[in-house]
Design a protein around this ligand. Structure first.
Ligand code: NAP
Length: 336
């Protein structure tokens, strides 16, 4: 099968489509033919070889050259113990190596929302689960709360605004000028354009600050926190060695001794949460916001655009259509 691989760390030029062995599902796994995938900052870190990513995947070159996490596609085969899925089912989920024609997966998979295309469904897993777990599990979001989402218009932020609204919160979005209208369209009640105004000097107070990609210090954030507020950190600026962790460490240290808590978390794919996201999409409360769809052979372009740091919603890679295109071009080449 064809897969996106990187045999070295670097800029998106290191990405190649290569022929790799098609995986075989274990007893508890499902083999999925991937129709669409989407790209995330975690893959950017894996590709460029951020220091902490190298600790997990080889200091000098990637031990595991595969890339990708999000997929939407069709079940091709199931392991002996699998009862919930059958060949032909449309599914979506998260699994390392999803920028490929096939993935095998056990837990992080659910039936696709009936109203979603493969491209829309592939936009959901990482960003949706991060937004869901950040707001619900770590932020303990409640109806009627004032919630501010700092970094509201990218992958995670676009889901966070909609999920916070689905939980009945009053939502303030923080983004740049070009994304103000988009944040409103996602359902934000209030929007701050961070290029023009600083939400931490607005005088408004929040129960929950979801710091998706913020740059603020603890003293900035503290100004807008209610006495029992929570700050949940998903990410931050990409510093060279430890990426967003420098922002996390600064906020954690700043919050020492404060009544309010700052929590960093790493999202985790579960069947239950994939089902929850499926229901949110099917009910129309959450609409995956896809800014761009790239063909498989332009995955490097998709990563380059994501790497600029100002994507609107999600950037999707159409894996299956490219396969058709590749087959067509292969046939055309054979005919020459
Ligand atoms: N903890 C986890 O498990 C987890 C999982 C997934 C992602 N993350 C992290 O979450 C962060 C966002 O990921 P993503 O997929 O949403 O990235 P993304 O799609 O690239 O979106 C980044 C967003 O950040 C906004 N932004 C840039 N500079 C900003 C600033 N100074 N203040 C406020 N917002 C700013 C951009 O909005 P404008 O274009 O309007 O500037 C853009 O919408 C990343 O740091 C990523 O590593 C964490």
């Amino acid at each position: 099968m064809k897969a996106i691989v990187h045999r070295k760390y670097g800029t998106p030029e290191v990405l190649e489509i290569q022929e790799v062995e098609k995986p075989t599902p274990k007893n508890d796994e499902v083999l999925v033919q991937v129709h669409a995938s989407s790209v995330n900052i975690a893959q950017w870190y894996g590709m460029t070889g951020l220091f902490i990513a190298r600790i997990g995947n080889g200091l000098f070159k990637p031990q595991d050259p595969r890339l990708g996490a999000d997929f939407a596609g069709v079940v091709e085969q199931v392991g002996k113990e699998v009862r919930d899925f059958r060949p032909g089912d449309r599914v979506f989920g998260g699994r390392h190596g999803a920028l490929a024609e096939y993935v095998t997966v056990s837990n992080g998979i659910a039936p696709m929302p009936g109203n979603a295309t493969f491209e829309q469904a592939a936009a959901v897993p990482t960003a949706g689960i991060t937004a869901l777990q950040g707001l619900r599990d770590y932020g303990k979001i409640q109806p009627g709360q004032n919630v501010v989402i700092n970094g509201a218009s990218g992958g995670v932020g676009s889901f966070a605004v909609q999920i916070a609204k689905a939980f009945g919160a009053q939502v303030t979005a923080v983004c740049s000028t070009r994304n103000v209208e988009c944040a409103r369209a996602l359902g934000a009640d209030d929007v701050f354009d961070y290029t023009k105004e600083d939400f931490t000097r607005s005088g408004k107070k929040y129960d929950l600050l979801f710091d998706v990609n913020g740059r603020g210090s603890w003293s900035d954030y503290k100004r807008v926190l209610k006495p029992n507020a929570r700050v949940v950190i998903a990410g931050g600026p990409r510093t060279p060695l430890i990426g967003p962790l420098s922002h996390v460490i600064r906020l954690k240290l700043g919050s020492l001794g404060s009544k309010q808590q700052a929590t960093f978390f790493v999202a985790n794919f579960t069947r239950e949460d994939m089902l929850c996201l499926r229901d949110l999409v099917e009910s129309g409360k959450v609409k995956p916001f896809v800014e761009r769809v790239y063909p498989f052979h332009q995955t490097a372009e998709a990563m380059r655009y994501l790497g600029e740091g100002h994507a609107q919603g999600k950037i999707v890679v159409k894996v299956r259509e490219q396969e058709k295109t590749l087959s067509a071009s292969a046939r055309a080449n054979r005919g020459k």
